[in-house]
Design a protein around this ligand. Structure first.
Ligand code: TPP
Ligand code: MG
Length: 345
């Protein structure tokens, strides 16, 4: 086992959070976790095809950034092939994400994309991208158009921020370096969120990169770079709020490195035999949902029965999503070539 990097300290005494905000974060994380658990079940029952990559363990990153600091559905989000939970946090209904996984016409990408290609213009989800690092320039394009509309076209409503999520593996790809350079140069309203879960399939991060501390790479672009405990949603929320405020104020991008871990194999086809038991246990004991639940109860922001109620409510949402996906129609074969090109409204 590689020596674990020390997780950055976070002083919970500095947290300012209302009960409603705390419960919103808890609900979003439970939604992500329960959704992914149901996906595994449905995948093994043969309801979905191709590769399916789950997000279990990393929920604090999606929820802390999108629900903790952004305006879901108004700001832009881009993701990777591990995209179901980012889509849910961005507000895409669980029904539409599940239907997409089932390849149904009611899915958010009309059943044409499947697991790795969630998309919703309505929710400003720019897509899951299956090529490693592919979303980084696309997300920066979204941030560029916001800045262009505001500064060149004089549209004062163009104050959106883009969150661009990608993995540690993507941070070794050329698109990361080229795009971060441009984003810093043009002071784009974007936050680059690298979810460092220590592994790129079977390649350990420390063996693949010149400096494993990815946030430090921001400095060569004259960009703010911060590391954060990605298993602590309140810590993620705090750094994200600072980054979003900078972006909205026209002060340019931030690179956030969230130290996190995926609780399952790379995909549902991965037997997950490479990672050591000790390493897994180290991270399982830092389950971000349990951590937030304990914080809310200890600080009298919720009772355990209120948390249980949320879990019950979300279980019903997931069951409804499966029911919806099962009963939805397949795409019509006569529409095979539809949605390749944009259609007139
Ligand atoms: C350009 C490109 N090269 C290789 C692959 C094959 N591949 C798929 S996932 C992956 C690992 C990426 O790891 P990371 O960015 O850390 O994301 P994680 O899976 O850990 O979320 C690789 C190499 C790909 N999809 N795209
Ligand atoms: Mg990784």
């Amino acid at each position: 086992m590689v020596q674990e990097r020390t997780l950055p300290q976070f002083d919970t005494a500095t947290v300012q959070i209302t009960k409603a905000e705390g419960l919103e974060l808890y609900e979003d994380m439970i939604l992500g976790r329960f959704f992914e658990d149901k996906c595994a079940e449905m995948y093994y029952r043969g309801k979905m095809f191709g590769f399916v990559h789950l997000y279990n363990g990393q929920e604090a990153v999606s929820s802390g950034i999108i629900h903790g600091a952004m305006r879901p559905g108004e700001d832009f989000v881009s993701s990777t092939y591990r995209d179901h939970v980012h889509a849910l946090s961005a507000g895409v209904p669980a029904r539409e994400v599940m239907a997409e996984l089932f390849g149904k016409a009611t899915g958010c990408s009309k059943g044409r994309g499947g697991s790795m290609h969630m998309f919703s213009s309505e929710h400003r989800l720019l897509g899951g991208y299956a090529f490693v690092a592919e979303g980084i320039p696309v997300a920066s394009g979204a941030a560029f158009q916001t800045k262009y509309r505001r500064e060149v076209l004089g549209d004062s409503s163009a104050d959106q921020v883009t969150a661009c999520f990608f993995g540690d593996g993507a941070a070794n790809n050329g698109q990361f370096f080229e795009t971060l350079n441009m984003a810093a140069l043009w002071k784009l309203p974007i936050i680059f969120v690298v979810e460092n879960n220590k592994w790129a399939i079977g390649m350990a991060h420390d063996r693949a990169t010149s400096d494993p501390e990815i946030y430090k790479k921001a400095s060569v672009f004259n960009m703010v770079g911060v590391e954060v405990d990605g298993m602590d949603v309140l810590a993620v929320r705090q750094v994200a709020q600072e980054a979003v405020a900078r972006a909205r104020a026209g002060e340019g991008p931030t690179l956030i490195e969230a130290l996190t871990y995926r609780f399952r194999g790379h995909s549902l086809a991965d037997p997950d035999e490479l990672r050591s038991k000790e390493e897994k246990e180290f991270w399982f004991s830092r389950d971000p949902i349990k951590k937030l639940g304990a914080y809310l109860v200890d600080n009298n922001l919720a009772t355990s029965s209120e948390l249980k109620e949320i879990e019950k409510k979300i279980q019903a949402v997931i069951d409804d999503a499966v029911q919806f996906a099962e009963s939805s129609p397949e795409p019509d074969p006569s529409e095979l070539y539809r949605f390749i090109f944009a259609e007139d409204e």
